[in-house]
Ligand binder design. Structure first.
Ligand code: GDP
Length: 313
């Protein structure tokens, strides 16, 4: 898709990925349309259909979702399932009715079976049981992928989907109860440093392996897909590199400048042991990531320091 002169509705522009896509689209000659929760509740079918019929965008990026870390997923299963199903069903169907030329739906690497072969290829989808701590979110995201495929098959819509790995960056959720591991460790190490503590707490065993991608790198990949990909399969968006939670926790100490100890809390869940994606389909389209983990963490920490007061407000 040539983005020049196009009107692109970016649903979820205030979130971490959405805001990164917004920054990335600023360098394209296109118009970006956004809505706030106050304008349009994306779980409300009537509101979404009315807005879409009126705005008639050329393209839609579905970056809106209810997201959260391992504890939030595990304790609010109804919200994770309902909110995400409603958001995607409303947006995808309304896009079809409004004859949106191209739609990009975003999911996550948790759609894959808990014990999928690593690195996980796109065709590992639905080959085994999901990780129980986030199956609610995963089921909703799998339904979103299938909706894109179904509208493509039945109606010839150019609806594609991308599955980013664990992301981090500006506008992430830094609330310790509901965040993902990377921002959580950033806040914990920062607080430990400020308070002069001797140690800080890391959930689980520290052994699980995760892949992390800087949100602005991911945004660049998503715009690349919007421009160059029109296939039925969803596309993995990852770096191909993984680290243990222990190694991540140590890197965080280096970036923040804290030399205390890590204390592991075994009462918290480890979740899936490993979650590395095979991103060769995307690499084959001529795209690769640019920001190294430590560099991305340093940029995010600077953003956190600049915005910590408003985050606490
Ligand atoms: P997941 O990738 O869906 O499992 O979600 P998370 O990012 O929330 O957790 C990833 C891993 O980091 C799990 O093994 C967690 O137990 C571990 N972890 C360690 N410390 C923390 C923490 O403070 N917060 C979170 N959310 N996870 C942590």
């Amino acid at each position: 898709m040539d983005l020049v002169g196009k009107r692109i509705y970016l649903a979820g522009h205030a979130g971490m990925v959405g805001s990164a896509v917004h920054r990335r689209l600023a360098s394209e000659d296109c118009e970006v349309l956004t809505t706030t929760r106050g304008d349009v509740d994306l779980r409300d079918q009537k509101a979404v259909h009315a807005w879409m019929a009126d705005a008639k965008p050329d393209a839609l990026i579905v970056a809106a979702a209810k997201v959260g870390g391992i504890l939030a997923n595990d304790t609010q299963p109804a919200d994770f399932l309902y909110d995400n199903l409603m958001i995607e069903a409303n947006l995808i169907h309304a896009a079809f009715e409004a004859q949106v030329e191209k739609l990009l739906f975003l999911g996550s690497s948790c759609i894959y079976p808990k014990l999928a072969d690593q690195p996980m290829r796109e065709d590992a989808l639905l080959t085994g049981p999901l990780e129980p701590t986030n199956e609610w979110y995963a089921i909703a995201k799998i339904a979103g992928i299938k909706m894109c495929q179904a509208y493509r098959k039945q109606h010839g819509c150019d609806f594609i989907s991308a599955m980013p790995t664990n992301m981090y960056g500006f506008n992430d959720n830094f609330d310790l109860q509901s965040s993902h591991v990377l921002p959580a460790l950033m806040v914990k190490v920062h607080n430990a440093k400020v308070n002069g503590d001797k140690s800080y707490e890391v959930w689980g065993s520290g052994a699980p392996l995760r892949e992390f991608m800087y949100a602005d790198d991911c945004a660049d990949a998503l715009v690349h897909l919007l421009q160059h990909y029109s296939g039925e399969s969803h596309v993995n968006v990852g770096t191909g590199e993984e680290v243990s939670i222990r190694a991540l926790a140590e890197t965080m100490c280096e970036v923040v400048g804290f030399d205390g100890e890590l204390v592991f809390d075994a009462s918290k869940p480890d979740g899936t042991p490993r979650k590395l994606m095979d991103s060769s389909l995307l690499r084959g389209m001529g795209w690769s990531p640019k920001v190294q983990l430590k560099q991305g963490i340093a940029r995010t920490y600077q953003w956190y320091l600049d915005n910590a007061d408003s985050l606490r407000a």
